[in-house]
Design a protein around this ligand. Structure first.
Ligand SMILES: [Ca+2]
Ligand SMILES: [Ca+2]
Length: 108
């Protein structure tokens, strides 16, 4: 009987520790999830930047770091759609598309 009451005392004493451990584990899992999410977002940003680099390398014929509409439209199958895209990306309405305008349009 004595050992049973001792066991009960031990169980009660252990319960808060276990609850704390569960909480810590849940927090660790959350942290890991957040870390993975961050990593995924970074990978997506890197992918977008890489895609932008590719477009600039391919289309920026005079290598000034921005694309005129002519440069942008060269090689596009659907000229009307590409033209609309250019205008949508070209936030300041000037004659060229800068890297930062493209980045901004892709949410970077
Ligand atoms: Ca250019
Ligand atoms: Ca512009």
């Amino acid at each position: 009987m004595k050992s049973l009451s001792l066991l009960i005392v031990l169980l009660f004493a252990a319960a808060p520790v276990e609850a704390k451990q569960n909480k810590n584990q849940a927090q660790a899992a959350k942290n890991k999830q957040a870390e993975l999410q961050k990593k995924k977002e970074k990978e997506e940003r890197d992918k977008k930047r890489e895609a932008i680099n590719k477009v600039l390398v391919a289309k920026d014929k005079n290598h000034d770091g921005s694309l005129t509409k002519d440069e942008y439209l060269t090689g596009e199958a659907d000229q009307a759609a590409a033209s609309q895209k250019f205008d949508a990306f070209n936030k300041n309405g000037d004659r060229s598309l800068t890297r930062s305008e493209i980045e901004a349009s892709l949410g970077l």
